[in-house]
Design a protein around this ligand. Structure first.
Ligand code: GLU
Length: 369
């Protein structure tokens, strides 16, 4: 199987860009690099691929602007630098993307978006809205308000979480090394690049943990990212940041870097929904049943009754004639669903005092059983 077949169709990709790519020589911002990223994103968007960016660089830019050099592990000054640098970073990205006819939106992540289902759902909806409007979302950790205990820690992990939470098909991590090696290429001339990883456990020794002599800096967090991706059904590629047109080449299936392949089968989200424990049940009529089976969508009008206590974002059984036909993630909690069950979508607002993200009680997030 060649790389293109391994990748399949990439509908949504997350690109992770590190501080060292943005600050090429350690101190000067690399506008050429940022412009090139924007040009490649333009190309991908024009070919129908949705692109999300995770960009570091806030702390580096902030420290430079403030003219300070922190001591190792000095946190408060780095948080101050993140506060100064995040705006500068976004300004640079905004300029580069605007030169290529695109606008960007900033999303600063905290651990909540990872652990709290409702935040995760809101994140998903916001990203969908941004992408529908043609905006390129740019993520970073909200470093200014993080504390050590509740931070993601590094943007490799953050990018994998963004990829998994936004149902991306592929995460591309741009790195200062062109992939995973079976030794340290900086000290071992015989070290070989591993082009494809199907079994993560078999390559863990190459990540350079304390017991290993073949360590390459920063690989451990990338393997952790690969694990998060694998568990959510997303492929991941590590590729050399400085290589020409590396983003488009990676996304269009050229043999670059190291690809970490996830298993095949139904999409990751649906796989997860299928395995999730249901918090309640929706009993639906025949018409709704057909809509669920055909379009994976459920409107309030088709709901006859609601069992259980659950919140927005929970997984419930979808039942027709006392049979579970599917499972799905609800966009409204049980209390609100009881209020709108059997009613027309245009009545949602008058019944609840608000309207959710879409008319559907469940849209897309349905796994058939
Ligand atoms: N969020 C940090 C920044 O923007 C970088 C964290 C990382 O890349 O590990 O400066």
């Amino acid at each position: 199987m060649d790389r293109r077949q391994q990748l399949g169709e990439v509908g949504r990709v997350v690109i992770k860009i590190g501080s060292s790519s943005i600050m090429r020589n350690g101190s000067r911002i690399s506008r050429d690099f940022m412009d090139s990223v924007a040009e490649q994103v333009r190309f991908l968007k024009d070919s129908g691929v949705e692109v999300l960016i995770v960009s570091s660089g806030a702390i580096a830019l902030g420290l430079r602007a403030m003219g300070v050099v922190p001591k190792p592990n000095e946190i408060p000054i780095r948080q101050a630098a993140a506060s100064v640098g995040q705006g500068l970073l976004m300004q640079e990205w905004s300029d580069s993307f605007q030169r290529n006819g695109m606008i960007v939106g900033q999303i600063l992540m905290t651990m909540d978006a990872y652990s709290d289902r409702e935040s995760a759902l809101n994140l998903h909806n916001t990203v969908d809205s941004l992408l529908k409007c043609g905006v390129v979302p740019i993520f970073n950790e909200n470093d200014a308000i993080r504390t050590q205990e509740i931070r993601f820690g590094d943007n490799d992990t953050l990018s994998a979480i963004v990829a998994s939470r936004t149902d991306a098909d592929l995460l591309v991590i741009l790195s200062d090394i062109d992939g995973l090696y079976d030794g340290n290429p900086r000290s071992d001339p015989d070290a070989k690049l591993i082009p494809v990883v199907t079994d993560l456990d078999s390559v863990r020794g190459y990540a350079g943990d304390s017991g290993s002599k073949v360590g390459t800096g920063g690989m451990r967090t990338k393997l952790k990212a690969a694990e998060i991706c694998r568990d959510s059904g997303c492929n991941m590629i590590i590729a050399l940041s400085g290589a020409d047109q590396i983003i488009t080449r990676a996304v269009t299936g050229e043999d670059v870097g190291t690809i970490f392949l996830t298993g095949t089968g139904i999409t990751k989200k649906r796989r997860w929904i299928k395995s999730a424990h249901p918090s309640g049940a929706l009993h639906i009529d025949q018409g709704a049943r057909d809509a669920v089976l055909d379009h994976r969508s459920l409107l309030p009008i088709g709901i006859r009754s609601v069992d259980g206590t659950f919140g927005k974002g929970d997984v419930v059984d979808i039942m027709c004639d006392d049979h579970v036909i599917a499972k799905g993630i609800v966009s409204y909690g049980a209390h609100d669903l009881r209020a709108i069950a059997g009613r027309h979508s245009r009545d949602i607002e008058s019944a609840l005092g608000y309207r959710g993200h879409s008319d559907a009680v469940i849209s897309e997030n349905i796994a058939l059983l």
